[in-house]
Design a protein around this ligand. Sequence first.
Ligand code: SAM
Length: 271
Amino acid sequence: MADLIPVSDPADPRIADYVRLRDVNLRKSLEAEHGLFVAEGEKVIRRAIGAGHPVRSLLMARRWAAPLADVLDGLDAPVYVADDATMESITGFQVHRGALASLERLPLPPLSTVLTTARSLIICEDIVDHTNIGAIFRCAAALGVDAAVLAPRCADPLYRRAVKVSMGAVFALPYARMTDWHNDLALIRAAGFQLLALTPSPDAEPIDEVKTADRRALLLGAEGDGLSSRWLNEADHRVRIPMKETALARGVDSLNVVAAAAIACYTLTKD
Ligand SMILES: C[S@@+](CC[C@H](N)C(=O)[O-])C[C@H]1O[C@@H](n2cnc3c(N)ncnc32)[C@H](O)[C@@H]1O
């Protein structure tokens, strides 16, 4: 088993990968600069390693050494151990799952590669909440969607919170990031995908009445504003998940984007 290296100083440079895990801006620049991301919890760490992400280091409470013994066996990376209070001072929160890993990002496939192999896609436009991105990946992976495509401004699926909520689905579902918001949707259409824009708009077609093509892509919009008019106009169909008449009277004009993704992925993949 790898040696356990005790750490007690939150400013120790050896554990700099784990500082202030809730500070989104700091994490964005730190993770981009070093090409790393952080996975939290035994299962998720196992899935990240299983997906081929090289380990930079682990930081955990000593009690996790036994459950992770097989992972630590032959690991070619330092394993730091700290008490709960030190872990909290480093990361900025109570690490309930007790074990963190810093891992290297792998290069994302280009959009063209994802388009060659997938038949069903989920395409997210400007979904900025990490919890939502993680949950959408989990839905898509669970319901048999082949791959995801993210618009340039979408949240990072490898941000710690997204990884955690997805329970590692971000490692299982292939995804690519668009480089050109203006033109990449047309490229996906040209590759033979029917574009189904999900919108709560009452004049959209009910999702289960649309005749779907062999290759299809679900377009999901941002939490507040929904899909841009450009993307709505480019789609082959604007589709809605019908809501009950009582919804508006209750002040509900749309579903949460994750709930919409779950229903739409199920509908898209059930045949
Ligand atoms: C919170 S909603 C955005 C609401 C926004 N006011 C709009 O009109 O789209 C976020 C995304 O969830 C999806 N969505 C929410 N409710 C939906 C419904 N009833 N039918 C289809 N898609 C829905 C859409 O893709 C939408 O862009």
